[in-house]
Design a protein around this ligand. Structure first.
Ligand SMILES: [Zn+2]
Length: 91
């Protein structure tokens, strides 16, 4: 007796992650969750840092992008299983 394994395909609307928490179904633990957001220094922060260094403002000013949430990427994690379910990148 061969067993038929049916792949479960979850058809989910593509979620556009922004800065705000998103209500969604966690793809990992399948719970209905509202993502918790964490700001991480993303590509834009590094780019601004690099630009500031090139301009010559290296005396600590290049660290400014890392202090501004407006320059940071936002990581969306599931509060239930702590898996990262999405990311909002500014670049
Ligand atoms: Zn989860």
């Amino acid at each position: 007796m061969a067993q038929i394994h049916q792949a479960t395909v979850f058809v989910q609307q593509p979620i556009h992650f922004r800065e705000d928490p998103v209500s969604m179904t966690c793809p990992v633990c399948q719970n209905q969750i509202v993502t918790s957001t964490t700001y991480t220094a993303g590509t834009l922060a590094w780019v601004i840092c690099g630009i500031l260094i090139l301009i010559g403002l290296w005396l600590g000013c290049c660290l400014i992008p890392f202090c501004l949430n407006g320059c940071k990427d936002v990581a969306h994690t599931c509060p239930n299983c702590q898996a990262q379910v999405g990311k909002y990148s500014r670049m």
